[in-house]
Design a protein around this ligand. Structure first.
Ligand code: PLP
Length: 387
């Protein structure tokens, strides 16, 4: 059975070019980049090149990039580093719809005595800038807001939030893990102090990520040890994956236009067809301010997990907006924060495309989803038997 992979916000396939770039460093070029000999030096040069490739994608300088072990580490590092900079500024401002990589450390810090202001979102998953203005103040040490939401794809007005944060003297961290490689970003003339990205969301391997740290920004490392990454992240470098991340960033620049046009066209085609074919289907998230690859649709009166199981039988991979907690299905914190009605949140499915998604795959999904919804509604525990 062929796999139709529409779960690219969860993780993405490694590009063949990325794998090819990595192979020499898994096979032959195994020197330690910190070694004095030429063999190690050759490896060091490739790390430097990868750093430049990541910087180019972000419109940053290479000494503003450090490599980390995952996006979660980048997020944790940025938040803790910002708070370490000034003992008088220990308040945190973030949103209710962040990924657990930000929610987790913020909840822990709240438990430890920090004040955390959790910004809400409206029914379309969008932030209210007035609420941000009220929340960010003289005691705010870090404002952490995601660039784009992993479940809905909604893009936040980060530069506007950043201007508020800068005005109040707060560091500004952006989790851009879902945005990098999908939409153009530029750190020049930006308000962002720290920005996280992760390899496995943009066709590089899992277990490699990066953190952008604006030049001159105070920084405290999370992982302390060796002198690697200019003393900002200890540990012998994951060379092959770093090289892979660099190659993936270069490819992302090359294919950016394709993300914004071809991928978006396929996403829109899928979305339009499913919303039209399945009655009581609704789009979750802002219709325009959204990543070009993401579509989160609620099929009311059916359970997302049941849809996923049927899709799975056809080789279609997607995600649902519910998670199994203590034996019962709970709608995700993102959909709950948006106030999506229970019957809709339960039946939400996220389709996330990539530049490897084909028209035939989208046609296949368009053909199969509506009959699945129809069938599931006939046996729905929510009681709706029609359509
Ligand atoms: N932040 C966002 C928005 C994400 O989507 C993810 C991954 O799903 C992460 C952080 C965590 O990244 P990683 O899996 O590399 O730790």
């Amino acid at each position: 059975m062929k796999t139709v992979y529409l779960d690219n916000n969860a993780t993405s396939r490694i590009s063949p070019e990325v794998l090819e770039a990595m192979m020499p460093f898994l096979r032959d070029l195994y020197g330690n980049p910190s070694s004095m000999h030429l063999f190690g030096g050759q490896v060091r040069k490739n790390i430097d090149r990868a750093r430049q490739q990541v910087a180019n994608l972000l419109g940053a300088d290479e000494d503003e990039i450090i490599f980390t072990g995952c996006g979660t580490e980048s997020d944790n590092t940025a938040i803790l580093s910002a708070l370490a900079a000034d003992s008088c500024r220990q308040h945190i401002v973030t949103t209710r719809v962040e990924h657990p990589a930000v929610l987790g450390p913020c909840k822990k810090l709240e438990k430890d005595g920090h004040t955390v202001k959790w910004l809400s979102v409206d029914a379309r998953g969008m932030l209210d800038l007035d609420e941000a203005r009220r929340a960010i103040g003289d005691c705010t040490g870090v404002t952490s807001v995601m660039y784009a939401n992993n479940e809905t794809g909604v893009i936040f007005p980060v530069e506007e939030v950043g201007a508020i944060a800068k005005n109040a003297g707060s560091f500004f961290h952006v989790d851009a893990i879902q945005a990098v490689g999908k939409i153009p970003l530029n750190m020049r003339n930006s308000t962002i102090d720290y920005l996280s990205l992760s390899g496995h969301k943009l066709h590089a391997p899992k277990g490699i990520a990066a953190l952008y740290i604006r030049k001159g920004t105070k920084f405290s490392p999370l992982i302390i040890g060796g002198h690697q990454e200019m003393g900002r992240r200890g540990g012998t470098e994951n060379v092959a994956s770093i090289v892979g991340l660099g190659a993936a960033c270069e490819l992302a620049r090359k294919y950016m236009e394709q993300e914004l046009t071809d991928v978006k066209r396929l996403r829109d085609k899928l979305e339009r067809a499913l919303l039209a074919a399945a009655p009581d289907a609704r789009l979750n998230g802002h219709p325009e301010m959204r990543l070009p690859n993401t579509s989160n649709i609620s099929f009311e009166y059916v359970e997302g997990e049941a849809i996923l199981l049927r899709l799975n039988e056809l080789g279609i991979c997607a995600s649902s907006g519910s998670a199994c907690t203590s034996g019962s299905l709970e709608p995700s914190h993102v959909l709950r924060a948006m106030g999506i009605p229970y019957t809709a949140a339960h039946g939400s499915i996220r389709f996330s495309l990539s530049r490897y998604t084909t028209e035939e795959e989208i046609d296949f999904v368009i053909e199969h989803v509506p009959p699945i919804i129809k069938l599931l509604r006939q046996i729905s525990p929510f009681g709706r038997k029609t359509a």
